[in-house]
Design a protein around this ligand. Sequence first.
Ligand SMILES: *Cc1c(COP(=O)(O)O)cnc(C)c1O
Length: 373
Amino acid sequence: MESKEKHEELLLRDTVVRVDLSAIAENMRLIAEMCGPDVAIMPVIKANGYGHGAVGIAPTLMEAGATYLAVATLTEALELREAYPDYPLFILGHTPDRLAELVVKNNITQTLVSLAQARALSAAAVKANATVKVHLKVDTGFHRLGIYDEEELYQMTQLPGLEVEGIFSHLALTNEEEDWKQYNLFTDMIARLEARGCSFRYQHIADSISLVDYPDFRMNMVRPGALVFGLRGFHVGYLPVKQCISFESRISQIHEIKAGEGVGYDYLWRAPKDTRIGTMPFGYADGYPRNMRDKGYVTIHGVKCPVLGVICMDQCVVDLSEVPQAKEGDVGIIYGNGENNTMSIEEASKLAGSNKNEIVARILARPPRVYDK
Ligand SMILES: *Cc1c(COP(=O)(O)O)cnc(C)c1O
């Protein structure tokens, strides 16, 4: 496609994050099919859409039937609101009371974690002569956000300017027994509030792992993050979601160095023999883990090229010994789907001593995103 080539030519950097939108759409379809028509889907696209670029992927998710787009913070919600005046947006995290006005003004659905917060948001809504949608957060054991106090939760439903549209909790995913304990505490609290006349259109507790592993926990809304991006964490169930991201760069310069010469800060790698090396323009300020030193590799022409010496802020150096045909400008895959000798997100997480979500979430905004349909 000519326009695509033109777009790539105009990219302002050689290090890019390539996102497969059709894979995201297909993952959403698989999730919807698994959950059935009575379960609303609220994809979680915090941390810049797990590194995929929240603004870039949002339309694909909405077209795939998302009920809400969820983020962690007000800043993330405002970025999406500016791009999409009409999308339903949900903040999973706490928003400080002093910013309540912005939540109201931007028509964002807010998580409520306490009566004091509910009062502040209610006051801001009343002042603006508006109604703000909220979901109550019930703490069933995670002890991160929310409360487990029937009276306080009930009071939160009685305030002017607030439309209590939902109620939710979050699992610690400790083990099956603890997960069921949390789920039962959650449904007990809903029943107690309903007995007092409250009603909640959306009731939700399941993230990616639990929506696949525990069909009972899907209730009438699910909040998948990792799963939307094809990052698999489930153990009991199965869903053939596919990874949607590829992190790529290009060789900026090639050097031939002599045996004994060092590479990079402190010469932490020294050439055991005459070696052809390539400089790549990505580093830890792009979100590549600095502790990939001695473990990481970039795939060039289908060959694993080890990273040599320390990873710098903006650059690193790879060994081209096994790819004599490599030349400046050639593509190197930093993270791929695992095929063709590329490093999958899963492998990267193991090498870096991290988890898959962190590996993608830490890819910073600096590399441009390229969206393939
Ligand atoms: C991040 C988050 C999710 C999504 O988590 P995944 O494990 O990526 O599916 C769901 N709910 C809450 C409250 C979250 O913070």
